[in-house]
Design a protein around this ligand. Structure first.
Ligand SMILES: Nc1nc2c(c(=O)[nH]1)N[C@H]1C(S)=C(S)[C@@H](COP(=O)(O)O)O[C@H]1N2
Ligand SMILES: [Mo]
Length: 240
């Protein structure tokens, strides 16, 4: 955290694009984030449209979170209509229902959530199934080296390397803040990639596909870093 770029100056509009430069430089924006969280609200108000792309809307006061969707409306899925498909380069493709996911061993991970737009919510608990367990059950086969995530919003995608996906702090999450994930937050099932910026945590998760290479996700095709590490120490161990 020694050579943080100090690009966010007081009073300047700080949005998704301003932060992209920080990410692209390979540095994290953690040091700048606490200021931005406060500056943001007073400068813009809770219900402002703040995303430079015009694709994102905000709801008032979702407990420090912002609501993001790259599409205008997302179908609702519930206990009986939700399905999660695991396929691609696996021995045993499988489709899980919500009760099946709930019946699997659950892991609770508490981590700070940070969006590249500058807001953060500290110590947020997520509970769900370790992605590693689902991958083991499916049996990754050659030449699988990465995961592509798809969403039932029909638009958002994300990616992880297999090594990242197998971390014990990467969840197929069913609960957020110890309650079932609401539709607005990507329920009934979203990804939670605790050690990375929140854009990696795909909402409305519907597909997990093992691929032979990393396929950049929605925001990554628009300039975001494919590796969204919050902490450079993780980045280094990932490369090793
Ligand atoms: N399907 C989907 N997942 C998504 C997004 C999105 O627009 N669509 N936005 C990402 C970004 S940039 C952030 S910061 C978080 C926001 O999650 P929240 O809406 O629960 O606060 O979701 C991530 N996952
Ligand atoms: Mo974000």
């Amino acid at each position: 955290m020694t050579n943080q770029p100090k690009r966010a100056t007081r009073g300047a509009p700080v949005g998704r694009r301003a932060f992209l430069g920080t990410l692209a430089a390979g540095a994290t924006a953690i040091a700048a984030a606490p200021y931005l969280q406060g500056g943001w609200e007073s400068a813009l108000g809770a219900a402002s449209q703040v995303d430079g792309t015009g694709l994102t809307s905000l709801l008032p006061n979702p407990g420090g979170f912002r609501y993001y969707s790259v599409v205008g409306s997302v179908p609702r899925k519930n206990e009986s209509t939700y399905m999660l498909r695991i396929g691609g380069l696996v021995e045993r493709p499988k489709t899980y229902t919500l009760p099946e996911l709930r019946a699997l061993p659950q892991t609770r991970v508490v981590h700070d959530v940070l969006c590249t737009d500058g807001w953060r919510v500290n110590n947020t608990p997520f509970t769900g199934v370790k992605l590693a367990n689902l991958l083991d059950a499916a049996g990754v086969r050659e030449p699988g080296t990465a995961i592509r995530f798809t969403c039932f919003d029909g638009a958002y995608t994300e990616s992880l390397t297999l090594e990242q996906a197998r971390r014990s702090d990467v969840l197929v999450a069913l609960d957020m803040q110890d309650k079932p994930i609401t539709h607005e937050h990507g329920g009934p099932v979203r990804l939670f990639v605790a050690p990375m910026y929140f854009y990696k945590s795909a909402k409305w998760l519907s597909g997990i596909e093992v691929t032979d290479r990393v396929i950049p996700g929605f925001w990554e095709e628009r300039g975001y870093a494919v590796d969204g590490w919050l902490d450079d120490a993780d980045r280094r161990s990932d490369a090793a």
